[in-house]
Design a protein around this ligand. Structure first.
Ligand SMILES: [Zn+2]
Ligand SMILES: [Zn+2]
Length: 655
């Protein structure tokens, strides 16, 4: 894929992080002082921005597609303001105007703030009153110092304060490009106390490694994929830093705070949470001691004071005691995040009954709420989601509803991992419940289970090295039934070389990360080559299509090193799989032929008829055309076969 699309290519990219569609606004062109001035009520396209992508991406995109000047872009964005906010506007000043002018009123100003700006993160740590006032200030682009709401003495609120540059994650850029989206700046990457991407655990980059200039300070309207403007550096170094558990926990917490899943950090609820936590640890002193000890362990430091220098923030040395004693100012927020993440990880480690269970329940409810919100954002009717939760299959749900199966699948794939696994679990429970409720279905299920399992066991008894593909060919409907209803048993009886994503709910990705996927695929291919040392690339590809497709796309160099292009000579003319043909188990054989002799006779007839009807066929073509008959005859009657197949044509160039 071209990493740096030209401007023309940009205007054709339609999907993703920045989506544009035409809404047919008319453009009012008039002459003024001999110049043509284009005045638009709002830009002629309405963008859709993925949640969590910063407004800076939109400004940059807008600047590029309209090919206008910097000041013109700002004018378009914020309207006729005396003092438009400076880009990159991470806090979202002028959000009401942006919602109206840029999003055409499709989303509210509040949505712009909560989804695309750092306000969406920090406001979760403030009281409702403070939030309201701050949002109002931002809407009017009033330059009230942020210090009026949040503490800024202990450290900066955004990456611009610390390094003076926007930060990006190369893995995020890659995943956006793979999905056909235009990569954008992420809001969460701009939190200065996080040095890694929460999603990919990769190092965040803001400074060009080649010339040490910042990639983007906000004023140049550049996107994360743009090369360095000073030296043109355009490589994608992948750096997975050593992260301590404290960093990982803090990152995950921040992402959940931004999604609004951690209401306890709001100052008025914080009091309740602290009281409950202290009670959990018997009293406040024990709580402080254990949280401090755990923080030291999590962050791999020798004292709490050292934590400040690791994070680059000046926190009071006794901040844990102050937080758990409710003595800390509510304007100081980082200490609250640290104490919360450490205490939660402590309590999860030794879960106590009652409170933990109710917490888990509220977390599950929070996920359902989030699911409902995501569904509404993608225009998926709630009825469809309810039926999925109740355990209906995707294909059954779309029948009578106003949603296509493709759109629903895309939506399900886009869900965060924790939500899709929750959906999978509740769906499974629902199906089991339903089966238990109807005894008639239960007996039918048992019957089918017995029959299908028996079919597989029969086939295995006569074919020692039965593969999944062969089983599917032998008894297609029984095999499909097993993959849907008894996948665990099937996996135990007939393990697949590759981990499967599991039957009908196959839209859940199996691998946790790319590293795991690479490892699994490489193992599969190496294992295959160990069994068939002479195999060439096309044969490996045919047998291990999923692994090879991925490896050829992502690990070309590895493939070139380990998988030979050309098969070694001994397997070049080997035209059937394995040393033994597939033996039909009794029931399958009986449903097709009277006995093995009839199978032989019919196979011979098939070959003869095929040859009579197509006298021009070469030997290899005939073998391919009736492969199963010939496989069988190779085993039963090789002399007959040699007599009746066309002679082998040797390529004179080959020896
Ligand atoms: Zn990332
Ligand atoms: Zn550079």
């Amino acid at each position: 894929m071209d990493r740096f699309p030209s401007r023309a290519a940009f205007s054709h990219l339609q999907l993703g992080a920045v989506k544009f569609r035409n809404c047919g606004e008319s453009v009012d062109v008039r002459r003024k002082h001999g110049e043509i001035e284009c005045k638009t009520a709002q830009p002629a396209v309405v963008p859709q921005l993925t949640e969590g992508v910063a407004l800076a991406s939109l400004l940059a995109f807008h600047r590029r597609t309209s090919a206008s000047t910097n000041s013109r872009t700002r004018h378009d964005f914020y309207g006729d303001r005396e003092r438009a906010p400076d880009p990159p506007n991470l806090l979202g000043a002028g959000h009401e105007d942006i919602a109206r002018r840029i999003f055409g009123g499709k989303i509210s100003g509040q949505d712009v703030l909560m989804r695309h700006t750092l306000f969406g993160f920090y406001s979760r740590l403030l009281t409702e009153d403070a939030n309201k006032k701050w949002a109002e200030d931002l809407a009017n682009c009033r330059r009230v110092p942020i210090a009026a709401y949040l503490d800024t003495k202990s450290g900066p609120l955004s990456s611009l304060g610390a390094s003076g540059a926007l930060r990006k994650c190369y893995a995020c850029i890659d995943s956006d490009l793979v999905q056909g989206e235009i990569p954008g700046w992420r809001v969460l990457h701009q939190l200065p106390f996080l040095s890694h991407c929460v999603e990919h655990s990769q190092h965040l980059v803001s400074i060009c490694p080649s010339c040490s200039h910042a990639f983007e300070r906000g004023a140049d309207f550049r996107l994360p994929i743009d090369p360095c403007r000073h030296c043109g550096y355009a490589q994608y170094p992948v750096r997975t830093p050593e992260l301590c558990r404290g960093q990982l926990l803090l990152g995950r917490l921040c992402s959940r705070v931004f999604s609004g899943l951690v209401p306890d950090l709001e100052p008025s609820r914080w009091v309740d949470w602290v009281n409950a936590t202290n009670a959990e640890f018997v009293n406040a002193e024990i709580a402080v001691a254990s949280v401090e000890g755990h923080l030291i362990e999590l962050w791999d430091v020798s004292s709490i004071a050292e934590l400040s220098s690791v994070l680059g923030y000046t926190l009071p040395g006794d901040f844990v005691g102050q937080e758990l004693g409710l003595a800390m100012s509510s304007r100081i927020w980082l200490s609250r995040l640290l104490v919360f993440s450490a205490a939660c990880s402590l309590m999860n480690k030794n879960p106590t009954s009652g409170n933990a269970a109710s917490e888990e329940l509220s977390e599950v409810n929070g996920r359902f709420e989030l699911l409902a919100r995501l569904a509404a954002a993608s225009a998926i009717p709630q009825g469809v989601i309810d039926r999925l939760i109740a355990g209906d299959a995707v294909s059954a749900v779309v029948g009578a509803r106003m949603v296509t199966i493709g759109r629903l699948r895309r939506f399900l794939r886009s869900l965060p991992r924790e939500i899709s696994s929750l959906l999978q679990k509740t769906g499974k429970n629902g199906r089991q419940q339903r089966r238990a409720d109807s005894p008639l279905k239960e007996t039918k299920h048992d019957e089918l289970l017995a029959v299908s399992r028996q079919a597989l066991l029969d086939a295995k008894a006569v074919n020692a090295n039965l593969t999944r593909t062969e089983a599917a060919k032998l008894f297609p409907s029984r095999y499909r039934w097993l993959t849907r209803h008894d996948s665990e048993w099937l996996a135990a009886e007939l393990p697949s070389l590759l981990p499967s994503s599991g039957g009908v709910q196959g839209w859940f990705s199996y691998f946790d990360n790319e590293k795991e996927r690479r490892q699994a695929y490489q193992n599969v291919v190496l294992e295959f080559l160990r069994h068939k040392p002479g195999a060439g690339r096309s044969e490996v590809y045919k047998e291990q299509r999923r692994a090879m497709t991925w490896l050829l796309q992502n690990e070309r160099a590895w493939c070139d090193l380990h998988v030979p292009f050309q098969a070694k000579s001994q397997s070049r003319f080997e035209w059937y799989r394995g040393a033994e043909p597939l033996v039909l188990p009794e029931p399958v054989l009986k449903s097709r032929y009277r006995d093995d002799d009839e199978r032989t006779a019919l196979s011979k007839t098939a070959v003869l008829r095929m040859r009579a009807l197509n006298p021009h066929l070469l030997r290899s073509e005939l073998v391919r055309a009736c492969s199963s008959s010939i496989n069988w005859l190779r085993h039963r009657d090789p002399e007959w076969l040699e007599e009746h197949l066309p002679p082998t044509v040797r390529d004179p160039k080959r020896k």
